[in-house]
Design a protein. Structure first.
Length: 70
């Protein structure tokens, strides 16, 4: 488990797998399309949505994951 500090000084506990995914998310690009992710990455992304770290939206009929606005 890792404790991550978000932009508004809120600490949240993430699993190592979630933290690794979040790091890759920032290095590659600002948003990721669900169709570009593996099944495991979709599960992790949905866990991060539940923790309010990522935001899931639709863009032209495609599901997009991006950083939650805080």
């Amino acid at each position: 488990m890792k404790i991550v500090e978000l932009t508004n000084n809120v600490n949240i506990a993430l699993t190592n797998e979630e933290a690794d995914f979040l790091l890759k998310f920032h290095k590659d690009d600002i948003q990721k399309f669900k169709s570009d992710l593996s099944e495991r990455q979709i599960l992790i992304a949905n866990q991060l949505v539940n923790k309010n770290v990522l935001q899931r939206t639709k863009d032209q009929g495609r599901v997009v994951y991006k950083r939650a606005n805080r």
